[in-house]
Design a binder for this molecule. Structure first.
Ligand code: ADP
Ligand code: MG
Length: 591
């Protein structure tokens, strides 16, 4: 999926105003930046007036002392400008970096709160690009573009007033020449904001591709897919290039306008000025001051081109960031939490579930009770909804119909902390983080001792960690030591069995182990299951045997519940299912 590509009608300014939440605390730095930048530019603007005075006074009258005074004034203005420049850079570092860091923090906290269903449909590269390129675009605007847009506008107005003051008619000529620039600016903003948005979305797509290729590099290489992947990637890179080219083309003609018009006006001003001097309506010094001052106006005008470009990009980056921030976290703590669950029994009460965007329900009225202390195995065909059903217990997704009760309390009436403390969930997917073995096992959970960790490692048969170069402190995961698939799974299992939750949900990996490993893993499971209420997705007869009862999931409903023996004797579908899986792991059907 690509992130939404629509072009928003709201203007750049009102979009950028939404950043007040973060810029507010840094307000005084922004004010300082604007004041120093404006003051520096104004200090520059007064230099031409001094020069004009030099021409009309000391130079005409060969007056040395007057010359020295005016030279000293020019020097002071120059030093003031340098000091103001320094102050602005200091303020910029604090304000822009501060805001960028604050937004990054809030954005991260928000995506952590967003439900799994958001992450299912939002490509990770689109998130990554919001954290990186969009935030730097914003920083560039806040630390630079924003300040100079204001400082340049202030300078433009002041210079125009001074020009009108020096010579009204020549000043009017300059003012009239601004009209095409204003019209051009409007056109430019509309086009550029659309082009910028497209380029940013394509940057996100590209990030997704790079990420997927890096994660899937083994698959790509071993299936000889390199040329194919390269072709796909080059296609995306080419589209991004096209979008960037469009931006530059738009910027190009606007820039030509910004460069060209002032030069034409310069010719008119010089020509008209010479006539005015001849008529005596302006002194020579006055004309020198006028022209030099006018030249000071050219820079703010030309820079307007890319300042507006930066502003449009920043507005579009802001929209992209708010698309995430405006997504409400739907799985939340209740307003009034129930005091606590009463016991660990889990009950599915006519539970229905449908994925967002899906056409049909995956679960169509599941009724199932797991009594306190009982281990329930869940069996069903591939794609029947076993993983989905287990994900409902810790509220990774919320039921779309019916109720799910823990200890007689609807899970939506418990706080997420209460719920996820009471029931731990272990999934098929053995995701390891770039951190030490110990950090990967504990994952920041409170109240877990070294003895607990040692026990979990033993139970999960993950003793290999002791042979790693730094034992439990060895860094693993994406930027650490590579582990084998089996080792990863054992660590994931050690993580799952760590701690003493009252309830457990285990989505057991389907991967085929040799019989020896399998029986070790099963004895590990037996140990942790004995002390809790558990729901265990099982694929093999030998795993099913760990459970007190078995539930068969079929067509989105629980088709049968009973002991393994009972189901084997009375439910043909159950027999068939286990017969299929026993081909993978011949652990024996009729034990
Ligand atoms: N994130 C998702 N979004 C949409 N559909 C999904 C998602 N995850 C799983 N499904 C669909 O829901 C059905 C059940 O999937 P799952 O619970 O993983 O099955 P099982 O674990 O029993 O193999 C499948 O048809 C699958 O395609
Ligand atoms: Mg599954």
């Amino acid at each position: 999926m690509t992130a939404p590509d629509q072009h928003h009608p709201t203007g750049a300014a009102s979009t950028l105003l939404r950043l007040r939440r973060w810029t507010g605390p840094h307000r005084r730095w922004f004010v300082l930046m604007i004041v120093t930048a404006s003051a520096a530019m104004l200090a520059q603007s007064f230099v031409p007036l001094v020069i004009g005075r030099v021409v009309d006074g000391p130079i005409r009258h060969h007056d040395r002392s007057g010359l020295l005074q005016l030279a000293a004034l020019a020097l002071v203005l120059g030093i003031a400008e340098a000091a103001l420049f320094w102050a602005r850079r200091r303020a910029m570092a604090d304000a822009a970096l501060g805001v960028e860091t604050d937004i990054r923090r809030d954005l991260y906290a928000h995506i952590q709160r967003l439900p799994v269903s958001f992450h299912d449909r939002f490509p990770s590269g689109q998130l990554v690009s919001r954290f990186t390129s969009d935030l730097s675009t914003l920083r560039r605007f806040l630390g630079f573009g924003f300040v100079f847009l204001i400082a340049n506008s202030v300078t433009t107005v002041v210079v125009l007033v001074l020009l009108l003051h020096i010579h009204l008619v020549l000043g009017m000529v300059v003012l009239a020449a601004m009209t095409p620039l204003v019209v051009g600016t409007r056109q430019f903003e509309l086009r550029y904001s659309r082009d910028a948005r497209r380029a940013q979305d394509l940057t996100g797509d590209l990030a997704t591709s790079v990420e997927e290729s890096a994660l899937g590099i083994r698959v790509i290489k071993s299936y000889g897919r390199r040329p194919y992947m390269l072709r796909l990637f080059l296609g995306e890179a080419e589209r991004l290039r096209g979008a960037e080219m469009r931006k530059l083309t738009t910027l190009g003609w606007f820039w030509a306008l910004l460069e060209g018009v002032p030069q034409l006006v310069l010719a008119a001003v010089v020509g008209g000025g010479v006539l005015a001097v001849a008529h005596g309506s302006i002194t020579l010094g006055g004309l020198v001051a006028f022209v030099t001052l006018y030249l000071r106006l050219i820079w703010p005008l030309i820079s307007l081109g890319w300042l507006l470009a930066i502003m449009q990009e920043a507005a579009s980056a802001t929209r992209r960031i708010f698309e995430v921030l405006d997504t409400p976290p739907t799985i939340l703590d209740p307003d009034v939490p129930a005091p606590a669950e009463r016991g660990t029994a889990v009950r599915f009460d006519n539970v229905r579930f449908r994925f967002a965007d899906a056409e049909t329900d995956v679960l169509r009225g599941v009724d199932l009770e797991i009594r306190a202390g009982e281990t329930m195995a869940l069996v069903g065909a591939v794609g029947s909804g076993k993983t989905t059903l287990t994900a409902l217990v810790p509220r990774l997704y919320d039921v779309t119909g019916g109720r799910l009760l823990l200890g007689g309390v609807d899970v939506r009436d418990l706080t997420l902390d209460q719920l996820r403390h009471a029931v731990t969930t272990a999934f098929e997917d053995a995701t390891l983080f770039s951190a030490s073995v110990r950090e990967n096992l504990v994952l920041g959970r409170a109240g877990i001792s070294d003895a607990d960790v040692a026990e979990a490692i033993e139970v999960a048969q993950a003793d290999f960690v002791h042979e790693l170069p730094f034992g439990l402190e060895t860094r693993i995961g994406e930027q650490g030591l590579s582990l084998s698939g089996g080792q990863r799974q054992r660590l994931a299992r050690a993580r799952a069995v760590l701690g003493r939750p009252r309830g457990r949900v285990i989505d057991d990996p389907r991967s085929a182990h040799d019989v020896h490993t399998q029986s070790h893993l099963e004895s590990a499971l037996r140990r942790v299951l004995s002390s809790t209420t558990a729901l265990l997705v099982a694929h093999r007869p030998s795993t099913v045997l760990l459970a007190d009862r078995v539930a068969l999931l079929q067509d989105g409903r629980i088709a049968a519940v009973g002991t393994h023996r009972e189901l084997l004797d009375t439910v043909p579908a159950y027999r068939e299912l286990l017969a299929q899986s026993s081909e993978l792991a011949p652990a024996g059907l009729a034990r």
